[in-house]
Design a protein around this ligand. Structure first.
Ligand code: ATP
Ligand code: MG
Length: 351
């Protein structure tokens, strides 16, 4: 099966359904267990995951627990955050019976790929990564750890262990995808396998909202106190949107270049309502930021109401969540062992 999507596509495209004799295309993506998922996740990647899975893709979702340590000393309360992520995934419609949801610390063979992968990138390449630079700037750490610089290579292991061809992500992930593609290409060149190359060169899939801004006007992030989480209640959502940064111009227009904060709010309402942001801007017109924020609040709360209800229902059965993760970890482990075996064969280190 092929999924007819170009690399870094800006608009959602329809996946092609798998034919009966063809294996489903593999898609991998994931999140750090650092908090509840937010609207940036939903419109940046979660909606694409659900859509691709419905189109027949074999979806892998990594809960990147080791990566929590890139910008903090200890990973606080991991079991709770892992559970929050599982709740968010299932609430937005990822089908746990068909998806492989796993924690990468539970899959030793995946982590073993990191060693050969690190030998395939230079320190200069790791240092140049603009997303890592941005994350260092926002980090509250007094020094930068080796993990911070090397986590994009670890992410290559997350993607390549299952030979994913497509990775639905937000814009901040594009430099990491480039490193993954480089690692795959260099591995295949340096260690030619008999038959087809060991790794595919995966492509990023961007959505129509690849960089949703948070209430402070910078990238909405779990760790920056600027996010509207999917699980927030209606009142908290209203309060957060009321406090969102806008600009001094009272007349609302849709101008992403010159008015990024206002445009991001309009985009958010437009995604929730399935209407054009420019049309919403015209309707609000001279109503100013207050009318814009009322519109966004109603749109977000209306859109999230069924997701929130499903999430509350799922939270009553933590045993189910644990079973989903156990099954995902087992499947990921088997896939990773098989890939590591191929890697050993290609590197002549099968003894
Ligand atoms: P943290 O602050 O802990 O790093 P985060 O909010 O950046 O959390 P991640 O777990 O790092 O979330 O990212 C998970 C996925 O969600 C990635 O594919 C990322 O590109 C995407 N994503 C995160 N924030 C946004 C956003 N504001 N807009 C679009 N996509 C996003
Ligand atoms: Mg992040």
């Amino acid at each position: 099966m092929t999924i007819a999507l170009a690399a870094t596509t800006a608009a959602p495209a329809e996946p092609v359904t798998a034919g009966p004799a063809e294996p489903a295309a593999r898609v991998l993506t994931g999140d750090r267990p650092t908090g509840r998922l937010h609207l940036g996740h939903y419109f940046g990647t979660l909606a694409n995951r659900v859509r691709l899975q419905k189109g027949g893709a074999d979806l892998f979702v990594v809960i990147a627990d080791f990566q929590v340590l890139t910008d903090r000393d200890v990973a606080d309360d991991l079991p709770r955050y892992v559970e929050e992520l599982l709740l968010d995934y299932l609430a937005v419609g990822i089908d746990p019976d068909r998806a492989t949801i796993f924690t990468h610390s539970s899959v030793p063979a995946l982590n073993q790929l990191l060693l050969p992968f690190l030998s395939l990138v230079s320190v200069a390449e790791l240092r140049r990564n603009p997303t890592v630079k941005d994350e260092i700037n926002h980090s509250r750490q007094s020094s930068v750890s080796g993990l911070m610089f090397t986590y994009p290579a670890h992410q290559a292991a997350d993607i390549l262990f299952c030979k994913a061809g497509l990775v639905p992500v937000g814009q901040d992930q594009l430099p990491h995808l480039e490193i993954t593609r480089t690692i795959a290409r260099r591995f295949n060149d340096r260690y030619p396998a008999t038959g087809s190359p060991v790794f595919p060169e995966p492509e990023a899939l961007l959505s129509a909202a690849p960089l949703l801004l948070g209430t402070d006007g910078t990238k909405m992030s779990k760790s920056r106190d600027n996010a509207i989480s999917l699980a927030a209640d209606a009142d908290e959502t209203a309060r957060l949107i009321r406090g969102a940064k806008t600009d001094a111009d009272r007349h609302i227009t849709y101008d992403p270049e010159r008015r990024p904060e206002v445009a991001s709010l309009l985009l958010l309402a437009s995604l929730c309502l399935d209407r054009e942001p420019a049309v919403l801007a015209e309707e609000i017109g001279s109503g100013g930021a207050a009318a814009l924020k009322r519109c966004v609040t109603e749109a977000v709360n209306g859109f999230l109401a069924p997701i929130r209800a499903r999430r509350a229902e799922l939270a009553r059965d933590p045993g189910h969540l644990r079973a989903v993760l156990r099954a995902g970890n087992e499947r990921a482990d088997a896939v990773a062992e098989a890939t590591l075996d191929e890697v050993r064969a290609a590197m002549s280190s099968r003894y």
